[in-house]
Design a protein around this ligand. Structure first.
Ligand SMILES: *Cc1c(COP(=O)(O)O)cnc(C)c1O
Length: 407
């Protein structure tokens, strides 16, 4: 696939600005673990991670060991956590590259410890507590037992305790508050038993933007785990969305113009007929490039003006009614997501018109050729230290990116 037909542009300056907003919301000293799973939600994990390091991010969250290794191979030395779980075959690589691993079950404690002992390494783990997400994680009632099991294994190092929110609108949903209370209980019990060490983290973007910074008895959590907010979108129209800037743009080009008489059909199934004589522009992008096939009532920007997508999306092409835009020519760049002049089409807009979420739209664009823009003049602030050092052994703080130690 070449970058002349359909491509994305990733604005690293917008990313930096969003990360500044995130750090401000997180509060001084709280570590930002930027979630870069699925190739940074389609934005390109390596470039995003390198730039995020320069913006003071303190750790990365990924979805798999291969994503973690991709970052290591690209020279990222900050702590990396596989957020969910790994399959047994991923153990060796994770240990070799000092990747932190989410821990959710007793048999994983045993297999990790056995492997680590056999290979004379230590495994860095974060206990994942299921407080209501119902996906991964040890049920809150069994968290203490798992913590004890971890403590008994010399080859395991507890580097954090985490939980994950289920509601897309964070603390606005009473269910999230119940989750926080359950997590609070686990943290309280663990601290009392002297079993709590490492980072404490629960807030995704929705949590962060609805004020989740800690819990009643435990106090402040020292790490936040945002993803989508860094990429300029928020789930569920939460307050603060206007502080964020879109990072990804999706563009294509006009490859053909055709004048059609009124009532002539356009596209598969002839689902659309022009009510009047008009001009149809064919653009070299389709659902095969990651545009949702379910997009209805979609628009594109041409010369800073909106034009409706008409007829069904094809795999490689879409058709746009440009009857009201006489200046459009073959070769013109069209914007499907992003800014053009004063107009903007957001990820959320495309997601809403497609019956899906911004996350899925941006992930799907990861397959396109990508240009990274901006990102030149940036100070390199060190990640500030944790608010409140957790109990247990001191946790190394990532330093300047150039000298950032492995952890
Ligand atoms: C994806 C993910 C996040 C980030 O969620 P956003 O809604 O994108 O902020 C945080 N934590 C875990 C465990 C995740 O899987």
């Amino acid at each position: 696939m070449d970058a002349f037909r359909a491509w994305t542009e990733v604005d690293l300056d917008a990313l930096a600005s969003n990360l500044a907003v995130i750090r401000r919301r997180a509060g001084a000293g709280r570590r930002v673990m930027l979630v870069v799973k699925q190739d940074a939600y389609g934005h390109g994990a390596v470039a995003v991670a390198h730039h995020a390091v320069r913006c003071g991010v303190g750790a990365f969250g990924v979805g798999s060991s291969s994503e973690a290794l991709e970052l290591r191979e690209a020279g990222i030395r900050l702590p990396i956590l596989v957020l969910g779980t790994i399959v047994e075959e991923e153990l060796a690589a994770c240990l070799r590259h000092q990747i932190h691993i989410g821990l959710h079950a007793n048999d994983r404690v045993r297999s990790l410890a056995a492997y680590a002992q056999r290979t004379e390494q230590r495994a860095r783990v974060h206990l994942n507590v299921d407080t209501g997400m119902g996906r991964l994680g040890v049920p809150a009632e069994r968290a203490m037992a798992l913590l004890r099991a971890v403590a008994e294994e010399d080859a395991l190092e507890l580097r954090g305790v985490m939980s994950h929110l289920a509601p897309p609108d964070g603390l606005r949903d009473p269910f999230a508050q119940e989750q926080v209370a359950r997590f609070d209980q686990v943290l309280h019990d663990a601290a009392r038993a002297g079993l709590l060490s490492g980072w404490v983290h629960m807030a995704n973007s929705a949590g962060l933007f609805t004020g989740l910074t800690g819990s009643v008895r435990h106090g402040a959590f020292d790490t936040v785990r945002p993803g989508i907010a860094a990429y300029g979108a928020l789930p569920a129209h939460l307050p603060g969305a206007d502080e964020l800037h879109p990072v990804i743009a999706l563009r294509s080009r006009v490859v053909f113009l055709k004048d059609v008489p009124a009532s002539s059909p356009v596209g598969y199934g002839s689902t659309w007929r022009s009510p009047v004589d008009t001009r149809i522009a064919t653009l070299a992008i389709g659902y095969g490039h990651g545009l949702p096939w379910t997009l209805r009532g979609g628009e594109v920007l041409l010369g800073g003006r909106r034009a409706p997508i008409v007829g069904r999306l094809s795999m490689d092409y879409i058709t746009v009614d440009v009857g009201h835009l006489p200046g459009v020519q073959v070769g013109d760049v069209a914007t499907l997501i992003g800014m053009d002049g004063e107009e903007v089409i957001g990820l959320e807009e495309v997601a809403a018109r497609s019956g899906t979420i911004a996350y899925e739209v941006s992930c799907a664009l990861g397959r396109l050729p990508r240009l990274h823009l901006g990102g030149r003049d940036l100070p390199i602030p060190a990640q500030s230290p944790a608010l409140r050092p957790p109990s247990g052994p001191p946790v190394p703080q990532p330093g300047q990116p150039s000298s950032g130690q492995r952890s």
